[in-house]
Every structure is written in structure tokens, then in C-alpha cells.
Design a protein around this ligand. Structure first.
Ligand SMILES: [Zn+2]
Length: 123
């Protein structure tokens, strides 16, 4: 029997951006804002002693640290994201979470509107 569990935590931030590569007249080319909801999944074996893979508190703390770098900013000013698509944003969040020590990530999902989201897995 597999002892692998997947844990998910969610947090959100608000930010502005514009997608300059969009064709002229496209609404996403103009500066606009989103309330981005970010869900991070960590996967791993359950520790026999503690009964957990990782604590939700640790995941939420590290996600909060990373998202505070984006909250209430113009994402176009965060040069390391590149073009501020949801795809690139997922990859940026993934990378930053690793840099702050959250290494068991299996998925980053960013919902930028009720109808649109990107799910990133490093497969
Ligand atoms: Zn947008």
C-alpha cells in the first residue's frame, strides 16, 4: 500500500500587470489587475513518527513569504517573471518556493479569474 499523501494550501494576492505581447487592442495589453489565488500541493511519504508529510503551517508560511513579494505590485516590475502570463507566474512561484526551502512541491495552480487558471507540474 502506498503511503504517499498530497497536501494542498491556498493563499491569494492582488497585483496589476499587462501583457505586452498581446495584439493591439487586446484588453490584456492594457494595465489591469487580478486577485490571484495560488494553490500549492506538496507530496511525500507520511513520517511514521509524526504522522505528517509536512505541516500546513510550514507550507502556508513559505507560500506567504513568496506571495508577499508580489502582493500589491505591478508584476511587470518583477523582471525575473518575464512576460507576466499565468504560466510564467506559476514557474516563478515554484522556483521561489524551492529557494525558500519548500522542496516537496508537486503542483502550483494559479487561478486568475473565476474562469481561467494554470496548473504547473514539473514533469
Ligand atoms: Zn491579466
Amino acid at each position: 500500500m502506498s503511503q504517499i499523501c498530497r497536501l494542498r494550501v491556498s493563499a491569494w494576492f492582488e497585483a496589476a500587470h499587462s501583457l505586452e505581447m498581446m495584439p493591439d487592442g487586446h484588453p490584456c495589453q492594457r494595465t489591469h489587475g487580478h486577485r490571484y489565488e495560488v494553490t500549492v500541493e506538496a507530496m511525500g511519504s507520511v513520517d511514521q513518527k509524526t504522522g505528517v508529510v509536512i505541516t500546513y503551517e510550514e507550507m502556508l508560511e513559505k507560500l506567504g513569504t513568496v506571495l508577499s513579494e508580489l502582493d500589491h505590485r505591478n508584476l511587470n516590475d518583477v523582471r525575473s517573471i518575464g512576460e507576466t502570463t499565468t504560466e510564467n507566474l506559476c514557474r516563478w512561484v515554484w522556483k521561489r518556493l524551492h529557494q525558500v526551502g519548500l522542496n516537496r512541491i508537486s503542483e502550483v495552480k494559479i487561478q486568475e479569474s473565476p474562469n481561467t487558471c494554470c496548473v504547473f507540474r514539473n514533469e
